[in-house]
Design a protein around this ligand. Sequence first.
Ligand SMILES: *[C@@H]1O[C@H](CO)[C@@H](O)[C@H](O)[C@H]1NC(C)=O
Ligand SMILES: *[C@@H]1O[C@H](CO)[C@@H](O)[C@H](O)[C@H]1NC(C)=O
Ligand SMILES: *[C@@H]1O[C@H](CO)[C@@H](O)[C@H](O)[C@H]1NC(C)=O
Ligand SMILES: *[C@@H]1O[C@H](CO)[C@@H](O)[C@H](O)[C@H]1NC(C)=O
Ligand SMILES: *[C@@H]1O[C@H](CO)[C@@H](O)[C@H](O)[C@H]1NC(C)=O
Ligand SMILES: *[C@@H]1O[C@H](CO)[C@@H](O)[C@H](O)[C@H]1NC(C)=O
Ligand SMILES: *[C@@H]1O[C@H](CO)[C@@H](O)[C@H](O)[C@H]1NC(C)=O
Ligand SMILES: *[C@@H]1O[C@H](CO)[C@@H](O)[C@H](O)[C@H]1NC(C)=O
Length: 317
Amino acid sequence: MASVMFLFFTLFLYPYGAASLANGDVTAVQMHALLSLRGMVSDPFGSLLSWNSSNHPCKWRGVGCSRKHAGRIVELNLNSLGLIGGISPLLANLSYLRVLDLGENQLRGHIPSDLGHLRRLRVLNLTMNSLQGSIPTSLRGCTQLTKLILARNQLHGEIPGELGALRNLAILKLQTNALSGKIPSSLGNMSSLLILSLSNNSLSGMIPASLGNLPNLTQIFLSQDRLSGAIPSSLGRLSNLVSLDLEVNSLTGTIPSPIWNISSLVGFSVRDNKLTGTIPPNAFNDLPLLELLFMGNNKFHGELPSSLTNATSLCSI
Ligand SMILES: *[C@@H]1O[C@H](CO)[C@@H](O)[C@H](O)[C@H]1NC(C)=O
Ligand SMILES: *[C@@H]1O[C@H](CO)[C@@H](O)[C@H](O)[C@H]1NC(C)=O
Ligand SMILES: *[C@@H]1O[C@H](CO)[C@@H](O)[C@H](O)[C@H]1NC(C)=O
Ligand SMILES: *[C@@H]1O[C@H](CO)[C@@H](O)[C@H](O)[C@H]1NC(C)=O
Ligand SMILES: *[C@@H]1O[C@H](CO)[C@@H](O)[C@H](O)[C@H]1NC(C)=O
Ligand SMILES: *[C@@H]1O[C@H](CO)[C@@H](O)[C@H](O)[C@H]1NC(C)=O
Ligand SMILES: *[C@@H]1O[C@H](CO)[C@@H](O)[C@H](O)[C@H]1NC(C)=O
Ligand SMILES: *[C@@H]1O[C@H](CO)[C@@H](O)[C@H](O)[C@H]1NC(C)=O
């Protein structure tokens, strides 16, 4: 069976002639992976007409090959091509892949757990599709990932704690899915994380204090979930934080005083929660960059402190 397959793809590659010398032969395994994806999607806009046998696969739309190592497919970018269908598990055989971007299509079905074999993958972008099922725990195997973008699908289940092993991850965007359960405290192990967006899911439980261990975090979006309990004071250690969006949850307790020390803050929203207590008089002394502040619809008492006039950039409350 394997040798028949090999023969088939050898013949298939043959017509490229001179072009294949320049670009190098793409192995039968990689060809099989591309054709398997092609077989699983329909292409109503003809975006993939270049995926034909008179054209070297390195010239196919969205396919990027290595310049150093001929014939190695390192990028597959089919973003916004109107493709309808599913994601082939055989893409896991594109073992040199660094970028897999299938964002903004109409892809259904599950994220194949085999993708966890892509050890060299740096960017996985599947946002704005209709993917269902859960986030495969196997993605922990993609240890080089810097961007994991699965936002705006219909993913269910819990965020796998295993993702905490992704030490190179800078951007984690899972917003607008149907994820439930707690935010795993292991996310506090993603030491390279810059942006964390988990908004608009059904996440419950407390905000893990371990997020305060991520010194490079600049943006935290945890709005429109079902989070409860207190805002961890450890977040006050995030001295590069620009946006902290916790609006529309069920958070209780007072705003921990270290939060008012995050002098990098530009946007801060806790509106529509169940927070209590007073806003300390000096709250806004050290927030010179603050532009957006939303605190309404809570159970605060007392007056807005006059230090607000120190937040000289403020334009919206
Ligand atoms: C194959 O792809 C090339 C490059 O896009 C295109 O010029 C050619 O028309 C295609 N051939 C067929 C049969 O679609
Ligand atoms: C291709 O991928 C499939 C599914 O992950 C796997 O079972 C198969 O062994 C792979 N084939 C090769 C040649 O790597
Ligand atoms: C991911 O896909 C979305 C939707 O097309 C796009 O806007 C975004 O720039 C992509 N991000 C990355 C890092 O590829
Ligand atoms: C996260 O780090 C802690 C120690 O800091 C360790 O006990 C835990 O196993 C790690 N979790 C993951 C998922 O890497
Ligand atoms: C939140 O998610 C729902 C679907 O789950 C979607 O219809 C809505 O547009 C999302 N809201 C935002 C602000 O993205
Ligand atoms: C934080 O960012 C700085 C500057 O980009 C970098 O040197 C440092 O290694 C990062 N810290 C972690 C824990 O990744
Ligand atoms: C942090 O807050 C404490 C008490 O609110 C205050 O004494 C201290 O000066 C603040 N530090 C910075 C760097 O703003
Ligand atoms: C503005 O901040 C300074 C210290 O940074 C403080 O002395 C002053 O009282 C504050 N202004 C108001 C109106 O609170």
